[in-house]
Design a protein around this ligand. Structure first.
Ligand SMILES: C[S@@+](CC[C@H](N)C(=O)[O-])C[C@H]1O[C@@H](n2cnc3c(N)ncnc32)[C@H](O)[C@@H]1O
Length: 386
């Protein structure tokens, strides 16, 4: 069994995980557990929303049992690494535990390891959660051990971390590219990855982004081994995508093909002649500095509904329709809650079916940083009959 620690966007994480691993159980608001039986290993770098992946060691019911099993889990791992001198770290999720109790857990574990002939050093964190940088810097996955302890209402799971999100690579992919366009709005590579996973595109399918902007979706899709197509209404953005893809090919040894051209997404005629999926963040409307008033929302709705509905209407008329479309629709912060674009009924009337999830309502899959006014609703649809 595998445990995944998920990031801030819980609903997006549920939708992404369900699309990749099938069903899972929630342990607490920060973690889930699932069975993974496929023969390919589960690589944390393919997820946008997973912070850590860990192998489940087992469950205990009380703190007393935790002391014993925690040391046992570390001893087993130390022996499997053939090590009598080990660095370890512990992260706690799902319960507010005082720093004193956390520290006692670390010290007692160190003592128990010593009694069993294993010398150790522990890495700690004031908030009882080790971050990716600490784990990487202290080599806790390669030569040491990180144990995650996950509290649910009735039991405690103990798991050994085997992957952490590579934050340095994300920063390089986000900030290291030659062409970044602040005006267009920043689309995070992690979100592109999650959307790609939600599309469930097979590796041999082409990924097409008809609002390709600076090419984040194209870049993440190429890193996942897809051939890509990208188009944009702006010649400048086509050039921007081209230079970023060239940079990616030089920096990440990806040899896959990219076809990038100018086109209005509402009038596309040229589409791949074999299986393809559309994954895209379209235009989200003008930047908003303040919470938009009801009138402003109506204006934004009128402008953007037309863009998305015309895009989807045209797509029904092309020579080959996509297997699926995963797109972002804008939503806007209000004093209470969010206002959505509200075009799902119209999308269905155009002949598309909405992908439903078991773990989350489809219209609650949102990506929005707390300080942002404009958020993104992630919608996955299929042309009827495909
Ligand atoms: C937010 S950006 C897209 C980000 C992009 N999906 C990525 O992965 O980096 C929106 C893009 O939509 C483009 N756009 C706006 N209206 C369009 C239309 N009718 N057809 C095609 N592109 C359009 C803009 O030029 C802009 O580059």
């Amino acid at each position: 069994m595998i445990c995944a620690i998920i990031g801030r966007e819980k609903n997006l994480a549920y939708a992404e995980l369900e699309s990749v691993v099938g069903s899972f159980d929630k342990i607490n608001s920060e973690s889930v557990v699932f069975e993974y039986t496929k023969d390919t290993s589960l690589d944390i770098d393919r997820f946008g929303t997973v912070i850590k992946l860990a192998n489940l060691h087992g469950y205990v019911n009380s703190f007393d049992e935790l002391y014993v099993e925690l040391a046992q889990a570390i001893l087993n791992t130390a022996r499997s690494k053939d090590s009598s001198n080990i660095d370890f770290g512990i992260s706690l999720y799902g319960k507010n535990i005082s720093y004193k109790t956390y520290k006692r857990l670390l010290i007692n574990t160190k003592k128990t390891l010593a009694k069993n002939g294993v010398r150790s050093r522990f890495v700690e964190s004031k908030n009882s959660i080790l971050n990716s940088a600490q784990i990487k810097h202290n080599k806790l996955i390669s030569t040491g051990i990180e144990v995650v302890i996950l509290f649910s209402t009735d039991k405690i799971a103990i798991a050994i971390t085997h992957g952490v999100q590579d934050v340095d690579s994300y920063s390089k992919r986000d900030y290291g590219r030659p062409c970044r366009d602040m005006k267009v709005g920043m689309f995070p590579p992690k979100l592109a990855q999650s959307m790609l996973n939600i599309s469930q595109a097979q590796q041999d399918s082409i990924i097409y982004d008809p609002f390709c902007g600076s090419g984040i979706v194209l870049q993440e899709s190429m890193l996942h081994g897809h051939q890509v197509w990208g188009s944009d209404i702006s010649d400048r953005m086509v050039q921007c995508s081209n230079s970023n893809i060239k940079w990616l090919q030089d920096n990440y040894q990806t040899a896959d093909e990219a076809k990038i051209f100018m086109a209005d997404a509402t009038k596309i005629r040229d589409v791949p002649d074999r299986s393809y999926h559309i994954v895209t963040e379209g235009f989200l409307g003008s930047a908003q500095n303040n919470i938009p008033s009801p009138n402003q929302i109506e204006e934004l709705r009128a402008e953007l509904s037309m863009l998305y509905l015309n895009f989807l209407k045209n797509l029904k008329t092309v020579a080959r329709t996509p297997e699926s479309i995963v797109l972002t629709l804008p939503c806007w912060k209000q004093k209470e809650g969010l206002e959505r674009l509200n075009i799902v009924d119209q999308i269905q009337k155009l002949g598309y079916t909405i992908k439903q999830f078991q773990s989350v309502e489809f219209d609650e899959v949102i990506y929005k940083r707390p300080n942002q006014i404009v958020g993104r609703q992630i919608l996955s649809i299929k042309p009827k009959g495909s």
